[in-house]
Design a protein around this ligand. Structure first.
Ligand code: C5P
Length: 262
């Protein structure tokens, strides 16, 4: 606190855009001269997948989109949100692609953790264990493979959840008719889409609860799933259909189109 900078126009702007109360700021001095709110907001980006379904020669998070690796598009969006205190990226232990990107390509408040696990949930849990955070701090977990996320989408999620007791996630209502298949690939039933949402990321929860939830329920495919198993109800925040997860080769062209005209 002793070194805390005086009130600046930057801080006033930040409060205006994040609608964060003026009280309780603190200042770390690490690894950059940024104000850190209390509770703080951290981004955690799991990027330790092999991306086999994408069919590309490199793991999909490094596949070029508009001439830039996918991961760097994702990091640039979080880097442009002033309220994010640090961006933590989880890569696999034997990661060799990272070095090819060049350190200067990363936002200054980005930290790499070589603690990737065999599943996405394990990578996220290992990342949570690797970072220094207080139980009440917020963590925004976002797939590296969702490069079309924008600062406005991230800020919208934070604004919707920063006073929420549980936290929640970006999601979109299911637009199509939903069918359940039988083992022969024929329609077994049509499921009402009323109340059905497609989960996206970021998913935003308190550090302490999220860590405990993933520790207890590691067999989930997203953070909200683990939080639900704790008996809590994450809030659904309307997302954007452009926030796609690049999974199959055709997704890459679509992602490039969205990145060109966000
Ligand atoms: O494979 P999937 O598309 O579900 O991956 C979502 C995100 O989780 C990707 O950014 C991927 O790199 C990450 N992941 C991970 N560790 C794994 C598997 C996936 O960090 N073991």
């Amino acid at each position: 606190m002793q070194n805390a900078p005086r009130e600046s126009s930057w801080r006033v702007q930040l409060q205006a855009c994040m609608q964060i109360p003026k009280s309780r700021p603190y200042y770390t001095g690490w690894p950059h001269d940024r104000f850190v709110m209390s509770p703080a907001f951290f981004a955690l980006i799991p990027a330790a997948g092999a991306g086999a379904r994408a069919g590309s020669a490199v793991p999909k998070q490094y596949a070029p989109l508009l001439g830039k690796p996918m991961l760097l598009h994702t990091l640039a969006a979080f880097g442009a949100v002033p309220g994010i205190a640090a961006i933590h990226v989880v890569v696999s232990k034997e990661e060799a692609w990272l070095e090819t990107l060049g350190g200067s390509a990363f936002p200054e408040h980005c930290q790499i953790h070589r603690v990737g696990g065999t599943t996405r949930a394990q990578s996220v849990l290992n990342g949570l264990k690797a970072i220094e955070a207080k139980p009440d701090d917020w963590v925004l977990v976002h797939d590296a493979a969702r490069p079309c996320i924008t600062p406005a989408m991230i800020e919208g999620l934070i604004a919707a959840l920063k006073d929420d007791e549980v936290g929640g996630l970006l999601a979109i209502p299911v637009p199509d008719t939903v069918k359940r298949a039988d083992s022969a690939g024929r329609v077994a039933e049509t499921i009402s889409r009323e109340g059905l949402w497609l989960a996206q990321t970021p998913q935003m929860f308190r550090y302490g609860v999220l860590r405990e939830a993933l520790q207890r329920f590691p067999d989930v495919t997203d953070e909200a799933g683990a939080i639900e198993r704790m008996g809590l109800k994450p809030k659904l925040v309307q997302g954007d259909a452009r926030n796609i997860k690049a999974t199959y080769p055709a997704d890459f062209a679509l992602a490039e189109a969205y990145l060109k005209a966000p």
